[in-house]
Ligand binder design. Structure first.
Ligand code: SF4
Length: 774
């Protein structure tokens, strides 16, 4: 049948799994007795390992078999190093590696690419070799950003992909419809690559009912910025956001991808859209008409929610009411309608001058995005304005996009207007940015990006920078005006010839090009024949500062859980950027001993003593802690190492949504390497909690969040109940304070039996290796 003959992608001859999914859906309906499934439930449940074991009871973990794995180069190093230890000859599912995170943005695409190839040669060689040895696709430096490439080449309606990057959900919804795409840590990826089930806490499904149509300057970006303001960075935690309603039909597939990408910003597991005509057009434009034809056949059964689908909660949104936004600074949920920015700047003493505008990235570099941005530039040029007042950068999401906008003249229009086109890579989005306007950085300054995340120091590492996010067309307009307060619906620019004021009209874009250019296809290296793989050898230099083979973690002795020291009591937001900062540390992603020196170096601790002064709860300082064994003040990792060498277990105490942000498992590996036995918080971000479990660290939450205040930074903590841990165990922290008094603080865990086995074995990887050996 056509369904069975349709390959999974242009690069994988494995057939689309629709026949299997249809059969499984029938089993699921019989098992659950339900005809009211959401789209998310259909996709999730048709990927479970065992339908007979399927349950929808609260607290259930789904055991899933995803269709493929995608890894970006920063996280792929550690994932591949772990996979090597599994001893398997090839990956169990199709997988790809993408070289996008390690390319510094400085002067422009060509010089930056040449520098990156020199600087990262060792890592690119390792990943390319690993791809050949284990049968993976390898997208080399310059090919583009992981999510954009997967969207263009691999995503299909109804599929399930996991990616070692928290913005993998870009593919979910966007990609053509309702693929479930979830950002995970490298440890989860290793499980799937090794053929093990991937475990996901059963998410709740939040319906987002869209009516109406976006108006004026409002774009899909503004829709998700609006939701971020509504839900906050943790409001989507534990949920899949499933969009539906007639408003969905008004959105382009790439616009939906932007919305799905930034579902990560509200903590959502992923986001989904039903299969639409725009998805069909996108598949066809990217050379996958056969997948669209197959999707058309199964759309009613597999790719749409049942008519009476039941959602845990529903958000009603009339698209016509969504204004244009500028969210920030420091958090993507700090929503400011553009029209309110003058008042916001005045109230907060933010500078109104815009120093740098940046567009593109995996979030917003579609053909539609860039044509809308160019339509704004054309209006300015028609009035004699020759360049933007702010510095202006463009990051194409892929070589395909770059080559297409070059062919169609858009690239030239950007550069003629003074824009600097950067490499097809993450660059400034992940702190790989050598900003050139150093004078601006010495004072409070504003940048606006069309990226997704704007945590403090994320883009340029500078504490003086206030970063905002907006649509590419709004970034462009503000860059032209040189002001973050510029509202194109009310404010005017000045004609360069007549000095008369004029107003920008709403941007106009083109959903898709007539055809896409592929550009430099040599940047992709496909899997080699199976027979040739065994001969492929790794060449890791033992003296390398960037790559290091891993030694599996061993279980902690029970003494480690008794009278454990509190390494740090983190206060407020503690993202994975605080736990394992990026920027220059990206260099060491494949060398655990070296990167561990950044551990918690950006976290704000409370109860820090500086010199002889006890500053109680009032003062915060980063990367300086008192070693409670010696009284010495040291960097966080040095204190941790000292405790480890003294054979003392230690814990981290954290606040709300601890570990939000990127999916990097280094944020769990580093504490594990240095002897962390538990992280105790008010609440966790999902991926980070899973990563801690995988590495053998107990993730615990206060049963009563107010107990955060009872646990002191100089306490000694005994974890009662850990010695015979079961899913039902009630763990109690017995905290001995410095004055000798004792508090008993109940905490909760979400470990199931499998995860407890990881803890008992030392880590999930240690358990897998033991099972392989057996
Ligand atoms: Fe790269 Fe930024 Fe996209 Fe992450 S969010 S994949 S760092 S462009």
């Amino acid at each position: 049948t056509p369904l069975l003959q349709t390959p999974l992608s242009l690069y994988d001859q494995t057939p689309l799994p629709y026949e299997r999914q249809l059969a499984k859906l029938a089993q699921v309906r019989a098992k659950l007795g339900r005809q009211d499934l959401t789209l998310a439930e259909k996709v999730l449940f048709t990927h479970v390992a065992d339908v007979e074991a399927l349950s929808t009871a609260p607290g259930t973990y789904l055991q899933l078999f995803p269709d493929r794995v995608a890894m970006q180069d920063a996280t792929a190093q550690m994932a591949v190093l772990q996979f090597i230890n599994s001893g398997l000859p090839q990956t169990a599912v199709p997988a790809t590696v993408h070289c996008d995170h390690l390319i510094d943005a400085k002067c422009g695409a060509q010089p930056d690419m040449e520098a990156a190839k020199r600087t990262n040669a060792e890592v690119y060689d390792f990943l390319s070799t690993a791809a050949r040895k284990y049968g993976m696709g390898f997208w080399g430096p310059g090919s583009g950003i992981i999510h954009q490439i997967v969207l263009e080449n691999y995503a299909f309606p109804g599929g399930m992909i996991i990616g070692t990057d928290s913005h993998t959900p870009t593919l979910a919804v966007l990609v053509c419809s309702r693929m479930i795409a979830v950002g995970v840590g490298g440890a989860d990826a290793v499980d799937v690559l090794a053929g093990f089930e991937w475990e996901l806490p059963l998410p709740k499904i939040c319906g987002v009912h869209l009516t109406g149509r976006l108006q004026g300057w409002a774009s899909p970006k503004d829709l998700i910025l609006h939701l971020a303001k509504l839900l906050t960075v943790k409001g989507g935690t534990g949920y899949v956001l499933e969009y539906y309603g007639e408003g969905v039909e008004t959105l382009s597939a790439t616009g939906m991808a932007t919305i799905c990408n930034m579902g990560a910003e509200v903590g959502a597991t992923c986001s989904l859209f039903p299969y639409t005509a725009s998805m069909r057009r996108y598949l066809a434009a990217t050379g996958r008409s056969s997948i669209a034809a197959a999707a058309d056949q199964v759309a009613d059964q597999l790719l749409r929610a049942d008519a009476n689908a039941h959602y845990a909660k529903v958000i009603e949104l009339d698209l016509a009411t969504v204004p244009a936004y500028l969210n920030g600074p420091h958090s993507p949920d700090r929503g400011n309608a553009v029209a309110t920015m003058k008042a916001a700047c005045a109230a907060n003493n933010w500078p109104t001058k815009l120093s740098v505008g940046l567009i593109g990235s995996c979030t917003n570099s579609s053909y539609e995005d860039l044509t809308r941005a160019v339509s704004v530039i054309r209006q300015a040029r028609a009035h004699g304005i020759t360049q933007a007042k702010a510095h202006f950068y463009i990051s194409p999401g892929s070589e395909r996009i770059r080559a297409t906008i070059e062919r169609d003249g858009l690239l030239r229009e950007f550069t003629e207007f003074g824009g600097v086109v950067l490499a097809n890579a993450c660059g400034p989005c992940i702190g790989q940015w050598k900003r050139q306007d150093v004078e601006e950085m010495k004072q409070l300054n504003c940048i606006v990006t069309s990226f997704n995340r704007n945590f403090e120091k994320r883009n340029d590492g500078c504490p003086n920078t206030l970063a905002f996010v907006a649509s590419p067309e709004m970034v462009t307009a503000m860059a032209i005006a040189g002001q973050v307060t510029f509202d194109p619906t009310t404010d005017t620019l000045e004609d360069a010839h007549t000095h008369a004021p004029f107003q920008l009209a709403c941007p106009q874009g083109q959903e898709l090009p007539a055809t896409f250019e592929l550009g430099d296809t040599s940047l992709y290296q496909g899997p080699i024949p199976t027979a040739e793989r065994a001969a492929v050898q790794f060449n890791i230099n033992p003296a390398s500062a960037r790559l290091q083979l891993l030694v599996p973690f061993q279980p902690y002795p029970q003494e480690a859980y008794r009278e454990a020291l509190v390494l740090i009591k983190a206060q407020g937001k503690c993202t994975t950027d605080h736990i394992s900062p990026a920027g220059p540390w990206l260099t060491y992603r494949g060398h655990l001993n070296n990167i561990a020196q950044n551990m918690l170096s950006a976290a704000k601790g409370v109860d820090v003593q500086v010199g002889a002064t006890q500053n109680a709860l009032t003062k915060t300082k980063v990367n300086l802690l008192k070693n409670h064994l010696t009284g010495q003040f040291q960097e966080v990792w040095q204190v941790a190492k000292a405790y480890q060498e003294a054979h003392r277990g230690w814990v981290v105490v954290g606040d709300e949504n601890y570990g939000e942000g990127s999916s990097r498992e280094h944020a769990a590996l580093e504490p594990r390497l240095l002897g962390c036995v538990a992280v105790v918080v008010r609440s966790f971000a999902r991926i980070h909690e899973g990563n801690l479990k995988k590495q053998g660290v107990l993730p615990l939450t206060f049963a009563n969040p107010a107990d955060y205040d009872r646990l002191q930074a100089d306490d000694k903590v005994t974890l009662r109940g850990v010695e015979h841990l079961t899913p039902e165990t009630q763990i109690v922290l017995v905290c001995t304070h410095a004055n000798g008094t004792v508090d008993e603080i109940p905490v909760r865990h979400t470990l199931n039996a499998t995860q407890i086995a990881w803890i008992n074995a030392g880590s999930a990887l240690t358990l897998i290796a033991a099972e392989q050996a057996a």
